[in-house]
Write a protein that binds this ligand. Structure first.
Ligand code: GTP
Ligand code: MG
Length: 170
């Protein structure tokens, strides 16, 4: 009785936080040291087996550069889930992530499943944002939180899997 569910998902966050790298790791199992900055947005899809269902993620990887900000609503408006990504070595990227959360709370789909991903967890020696600070923020705002590394693959599949588990099934 396998069920197939489609979910539109979006990644948001500061430029260089690692959105494209997380998607590339999840979809292709690859990591590039010199990942190019995204222009506009890029589309990917990936299928996951969750319990008795097959979940097909249709993923919009948005561009973090400020000049593309006005395009973002096109990608998050219909989204069932969002991953807001920051870089644990950049306080500015954490501030930017909080702004995205506010924007989604005001203008996104009210039932959206939101995840906060503190990426580049492999760069512990350059850390600027503590896991505790992010965990508290996520809890207060109803997001689930994980630190990830697209480079080492830590928690990357887990973020997508946790989202799939939280999505309502039609
Ligand atoms: P925009 O497309 O400009 O919004 O950036 P982005 O959020 O898609 O970031 P991108 O994936 O392009 O990554 C930026 C840089 O960080 C690249 O050089 C990546 O190789 C590097 N990077 C991404 N994830 C990680 C990680 O987990 N660890 C380390 N050490 N570097 C990473
Ligand atoms: Mg990108």
């Amino acid at each position: 009785n396998a069920k197939l569910c489609y979910f539109h998902q979006v990644l948001l966050g500061d430029m260089g936080a690692g959105k494209s790298s997380l998607v590339l790791r999840f979809v292709k199992g690859q990591f590039l040291e010199f990942q190019e900055s995204t222009i506009g947005a890029a589309f990917f899809s990936q299928t996951l087996a969750v319990n008795d269902a097959t979940v097909k993620f249709e993923i919009w990887d948005t561009a973090g550069q400020e000049r593309y900000h006005s395009l973002a609503p096109m990608y998050y408006r219909g989204a069932a889930a969002a991953i807001i990504v920051y870089d644990i070595t950049s306080s500015d990227s954490f501030t930017r992530a909080k702004k995205w959360v506010q924007e989604l709370q005001k203008q996104g789909n009210p039932n959206m499943v939101m995840a906060l991903a503190g990426n580049k967890a492999d760069l512990e020696d350059k850390r600027k944002v503590t896991a505790e600070e992010a965990r508290v923020y996520a809890e207060e705002n109803g997001l689930f939180f994980m630190e990830t590394s697209a480079k080492s693959a830590t928690n990357v599949n887990d973020v997508f899997y946790e989202i799939a588990k939280r999505l309502p099934r039609a």
